[in-house]
Design a protein. Structure first.
Length: 150
């Protein structure tokens, strides 16, 4: 028997039951499967970018279960999805807005207070200063070794 044939029949081989976009959704699926007595794990493929972007992810996560549990896991997740409640938020009464801004938004007035002109100028000047500092640092790292021979 070849290894591919063994992989097809091995009930302990891990297979993907769902692919999701974030760790939160994967955690919910793992918890649902655990409640049903099915062991699962989450595999993600963006470990390198996690150090740069924190918890942000650009790649989906796979929820894996044993091949022998795959049909039951799919049944549990499908049944749970069918039993879930989808809310029509247009029909939900969330009460009266608590403050003036919330009342304006609820009434359809989407004009928000303007940022003061002086604050805008300060932000622009700080932005330009940061860009100039970064550019001078970059230029000095290129020019200094050429001029001074280090």
């Amino acid at each position: 028997m070849m290894s591919e044939d063994i992989d097809k029949v091995d009930p302990n081989k891990m297979v993907e039951v769902r692919r999701v976009v974030n760790e939160f959704e994967a955690g919910i699926i793992v918890a649902l499967l655990q409640d049903a007595g099915i062991q699962s794990r989450v595999v993600d493929f963006d470990g390198a970018s996690r150090g740069i972007f924190g918890a942000a992810s650009f790649f989906p996560r796979s929820v894996l279960v044993r091949r022998g549990d795959a049909a039951r896991a799919d049944e549990v997740l499908t049944r749970r999805r069918e039993e879930s409640v989808d809310l029509d938020w247009d029909e939900v009464d969330v009460g009266d807005p608590a403050d003036g801004l919330a009342r304006r938004i609820a009434a359809g007035d989407h004009r928000f207070p303007r940022m003061p002109r002086r604050l805008k100028r300060i932000i622009v000047v700080l932005g330009i200063a940061i860009v100039l500092v970064l550019l001078s640092w970059q230029v000095s790292s290129i020019v200094s070794p050429a001029l001074f021979g280090y």
